[in-house]
Design a protein around this ligand. Structure first.
Ligand code: ATP
Length: 536
C-alpha cells in the first residue's frame, strides 16, 4: 500500500483532515473527522477497557507474577512548573536542531543524513531530510545539480562511502544542506526544548510561565499519594491515564505519526523492587499482545528490546513496540509504544528533588552552591505495606502508548485491495478497511434493496433495534453494490439487506466485509447476530 492512497482515503471519507485546512493548515496538527473520531474513540476505549475497567483483579493473569489492581486518573494539561523541573523535562527534554541560513529551513540534527560526493577534486557532503531509497535518489539529484552535471556525464560523479548521519560530520562548511544551493549554510546544532510554553494569569513574566505537558505520566506520579490515600489499592497496582500531550517537534511529519499535539495512553505500574523485573516482562508481553489481539498480527509489528547502551542506567529494561509504517524505508520500524522499567527515579525525584540521571546510585542534582538544582515536593511518596510492615519507594513499570500512532497503525494495517464482481458480474477493484470489529467506526449498515414495497420500513425497524447498542448506518440511496462498496471502504464489518424475500419469510441477508459471504437470518435476530460477531 502506498501511503498516499491511505492519506487520500482518510481525507475523502472523513477520517483525518489537516488542522485549520481552509487557512492552509498548521504543520504538525491534525483533526479527526466524523469517522476518524469514532475510530480513535474505539482505540482509546479498547485500551481503557482492556487495561482498566475489564481487568480481572481476582485472578492471576496469564504471564503475571501475581494478581494486581488497576485504576485511572484524568489530570490537567497545565501543571505546576516544578513538576517539569523535577521530572527532567525542563533541562533535558530537547532535540538538537540545525538551521539553514540560505533556505531558512529548520531540521532535526539527528534526522539528517547524506553521503560524500566527489567530482574531479571537489568533495562535498550532500545532506537530505529523507531516508531509505528516497535518500539515495535525493542525494543523486542534488549532487548532479550542484556540480552542474547532465545525465550524459553522470559517471563523473563518485560517491565516497555509504549514507551516514550528519551527526558524524565534523565540518559543516563542507555540507550542502537539504534545501540549499550553496555549501556551508547549516548552523552548528543548537538545543531546542520541545515543551510548549504559556502563562497563567494576567502578567506574562518568568514567574507566570507554565508548560503544556509533553507526557501524561507526570500527572500520575504527582498524584500517587492521593490515589493511595483515597482508595484501597494495594501494591502491585497500576494507574492509567489517557490524554493530550504536546511537543513542539522540530520536524513534524509522516501524517499523524509525529504531531505537535497528540494523545497518549499511559500506565504507571507500582510494584515492589524485588518483583519489578517480573512485572516488567509481564507488561512488555501484555502490551504487545494487546496490538496483536486487535489485528496488528503480522510481521509488520515487532517487540524490540533496547540494547544496554540505549538504556538510562536507572532503567534495567526498556522495550519498544514498533510497526513498519508504509512511509518508512524498507526494514525500518516506528515506535508505537515504549515499555520501560523506571525504577524509583520518578517518585524519588518528586520527593527529594530532581535526580541526576547520570549519577549511580541516583543522587539529587546540585547547583553551584551545593543546593538541590530543583527542589522536590518534600512529600513522602513512599509506600507502607501493612502486611509485611515494610516501607519502601515503589518501582515503576511504564507502558507508554500513543493513541494517534496506534490509530494510524490500525488504519495502515486495515487497508486492503482486492477484486470483486460488480453489479454486472465484472471483476472490479475494491478498497476496504479490514478493521477489527471492535475498532470499526460503524459496526453495521442497514440497506433496503429498493426504496419501495415496504422494505425501507423493515430496514428502519432493524436500524432502530441496533442503534441503542452500536453505531449503525442506514442507507437507501443508489445501487446496493455501490452501497456495499462505500461501507467496505470505511471498514464496516456487516451489512444487512432487506429484500423481496424479507417480506415473505421475515429473513434478511447479512454480509461479511472480508469474506463477502452472505447468509440469511431472521429479522428479529439481527441484534444478537451482530453482537455475537462483534464480541467473537
Ligand atoms: P519518538 O522517539 O518517536 O519521538 P519518544 O520515544 O519520544 O518517541 P515517548 O516519549 O516514549 O516517545 O512517548 C510515548 C509514546 O507517545 C510514543 O511511543 C508515541 O506513541 C507517542 N508519541 C510521542 N511523541 C509523539 C508525537 N510527536 N506524535 C504522536 N505520538 C507521539
Amino acid at each position: 500500500m502506498e501511503m498516499d492512497q491511505l492519506v487520500a482515503l482518510c481525507k475523502r471519507r472523513g477520517f483525518l483532515f489537516q488542522s485549520s485546512e481552509i487557512y492552509g493548515g498548521l504543520q504538525g496538527f491534525w483533526d479527526y473527522g466524523p469517522l476518524g473520531v469514532e475510530l480513535k474513540r474505539n482505540v482509546r476505549e479498547a485500551w481503557w477497557r482492556d487495561m482498566v475497567t475489564a481487568h480481572d483483579e481476582l485472578d492471576v493473569q496469564p504471564g503475571a507474577p501475581a494478581t494486581y489492581e488497576m485504576t485511572g486518573l484524568d489530570c490537567t494539561i497545565i501543571m505546576h512548573p516544578q513538576v517539569w523541573k523535577c521530572s527532567g523535562h525542563y533541562d533535558l527534554f530537547h532535540d538538537y536542531m540545525v538551521d539553514c541560513r540560505e533556505s531558512n529551513g529548520r531540521y532535526r540534527y539527528d534526522q539528517l543524513q547524506g553521503r560524500w560526493a566527489e567530482v574531479d577534486d571537489k568533495r562535498i557532503f550532500v545532506a537530505v531530510n529523507v531516508s531509505g531509497d528516497e535518500a539515495l535518489k535525493e542525494t543523486q539529484r542534488k549532487a548532479m545539480k550542484y556540480f552542474n552535471l547532465r545525465a550524459k556525464n553522470a559517471e563523473k560523479l563518485h560517491w565516497d562511502g555509504p549514507m551516514v548521519d550528519l551527526t558524524t560530520i565534523e565540518n559543516l562548511a563542507e555540507v550542502l544542506g537539504p534545501d540549499a544551493k550553496t555549501l556551508g549554510t547549516l548552523t552548528e546544532p543548537r538545543e531546542f526544548n520541545l515543551m510548549f510554553e504559556s502563562h497563567t494569569g494576567a502578567v506574562r513574566d518568568e514567574s507566570s510561565k507554565v508548560f503544556l505537558r509533553p507526557e501524561t505520566a507526570q500527572g500520575i506520579f504527582v498524584n500517587f499519594k492521593n490515589v493511595v490515600d483515597s482508595t484501597r489499592v494495594k501494591i502491585p497496582f497500576g494507574i492509567a491515564q489517557i490524554g493530550k500531550s504536546f511537543r513542539n517537534e522540530i520536524t513534524p511529519r509522516n501524517f499523524t505519526f509525529r504531531s505537535r499535539e497528540f494523545e497518549q495512553m499511559e500506565i504507571e505500574f507500582f510494584c515492589k523492587p524485588e518483583t519489578s523485573q517480573e512485572w516488567y516482562k509481564y507488561w512488555r508481553d501484555r502490551r504487545f499482545k494487546w496490538y496483536t489481539d486487535l489485528g496488528l498480527a503480522g510481521e509488520r509489528l515487532r517487540l524490540r528490546d533496547h540494547d544496554p547502551d540505549e538504556l538510562s542506567h536507572y532503567s534495567t529494561g526498556t522495550a519498544d513496540i514498533e510497526y513498519a509504517f508504509p512511509f518508512l524505508a524498507e526494514g525500518e520500524f516506528g515506535e508505537l509504544e515504549g515499555v520501560a522499567h523506571r525504577g524509583d527515579f520518578d517518585l524519588r525525584s518528586h520527593m527529594e528533588g530532581k535526580l541526576d540521571p547520570n549519577s549511580c546510585p541516583l543522587e539529587v542534582e546540585k547547583d553551584e552552591h551545593g543546593q538541590p538544582r530543583y527542589r522536590g515536593s518534600g512529600k513522602d511518596l513512599s509506600y507502607f505495606d501493612d502486611q509485611t510492615k515494610e516501607r519502601f519507594i515503589p518501582h515503576v513499570i511504564e507502558p507508554s502508548a500513543g493513541a494517534d500512532r496506534a490509530t494510524l497503525a490500525f488504519l495502515c494495517e486495515a487497508y486492503q485491495e482486492d477484486e470483486v464482481p460488480n453489479d454486472k458480474g465484472k471483476p472490479t477493484k475494491r478498497v476496504y478497511l479490514k478493521f477489527h470489529p471492535r475498532l470499526a467506526p460503524i459496526k453495521a449498515a442497514v440497506f433496503p434493496l429498493v426504496k419501495k414495497d415496504g422494505m425501507p420500513e423493515v430496514a428502519k425497524e432493524i436500524y432502530r433495534q441496533l442503534k441503542p447498542h452500536m453505531n449503525v448506518f442506514y442507507d437507501e440511496k443508489g445501487a446496493v453494490g455501490r452501497r456495499y462498496r462505500r461501507q467496505d471502504e470505511i471498514g464496516t464489518p456487516y451489512c444487512i439487506t432487506i429484500d423481496g424475500q424479507t417480506l415473505q419469510d421475515g429473513t434478511v441477508t447479512i454480509r461479511d466485509r472480508d469474506t463477502l459471504e452472505q447468509w440469511r437470518i431472521k429479522t428479529e435476530d439481527c441484534l444478537a447476530e451482530v453482537q455475537k460477531r462483534l464480541n467473537a
